[in-house]
Design a protein around this ligand. Structure first.
Ligand SMILES: Nc1ccn([C@H]2C[C@H](O)[C@@H](COP(=O)(O)OP(=O)(O)OP(=O)(O)O)O2)c(=O)n1
Length: 179
């Protein structure tokens, strides 16, 4: 069951789902692009083996300050960014991140099919932003790029999400520990 309207507002306030009340709308909670660092893949010939931790993984990304280098995506440009706000998902709620429609109509997606936010997750949400269009697109910091939809689960989970991507205050790079 999707949580909407007054239920969404009251659940969000009662559980501190998102500190910024004006982001809570009728059907969803808006997600803004963070004004702190983002990661950009380097264009060198870095080889990464999926599932294996290695220096190549860290070497493959460079950290960028959007206050100095704005988020400007060339065609097929991609970055790892995160939400400006922290989100706290109750133990009986599941979240789903979707790209804002107007951004999607520019052929930009803010997740690479990884939009699931598990019950109990607390932290900033990582956004895998890809420009699939032929245009050069600038995305100003703090602009609304995505929306979080919340769904009621059948029960309170006994295992709220405390995994490797919890409690991040920056975009999280892939982590293959305990993979
Ligand atoms: N775009 C996303 C997607 C998820 N998360 C957060 C919320 C999720 O509850 C948590 C875990 O995400 P995944 O389920 O995608 O990660 P896995 O546990 O599947 O990791 P792995 O792929 O290593 O198994 O990360 C996030 O910040 N940004």
């Amino acid at each position: 069951m999707m949580i909407i309207d007054e239920n969404l507002k009251s659940l969000s306030k009662a559980n501190g789902v998102c500190d910024r009340e004006e982001l809570i709308e009728d059907y969803c909670i808006q997600i803004r692009l963070s004004n702190s660092i983002y990661y950009r893949p380097k264009n060198s010939g870095v080889k990464i083996v999926y599932g294996s931790s290695s220096d190549a993984l860290d070497d493959g990304y460079e950290m960028v300050d959007p206050q100095i280098t704005p988020v400007i995506l060339e065609p097929m440009g991609r970055i790892l960014a995160c939400s400006q706000e922290k989100y706290s998902i109750p133990r009986n709620v599941f979240g789903l991140v979707q790209t804002k429609g107007s951004l999607a109509r520019l052929f930009v997606q803010v997740t690479c099919c990884d939009g699931q936010i598990e019950p109990g997750f607390v932290g900033k949400i990582t956004l895998e932003i890809v420009n699939l269009s032929p245009f050069t697109i600038e995305i100003p910091i703090l602009s609304k790029v995505a929306q979080l939809y919340l769904f009621q689960c059948s029960m309170n989970t006994s295992k709220p999400y405390t995994g490797k991507y919890a409690n991040h205050t920056f975009p999280s790079l892939p982590n293959f520990e305990d993979f």
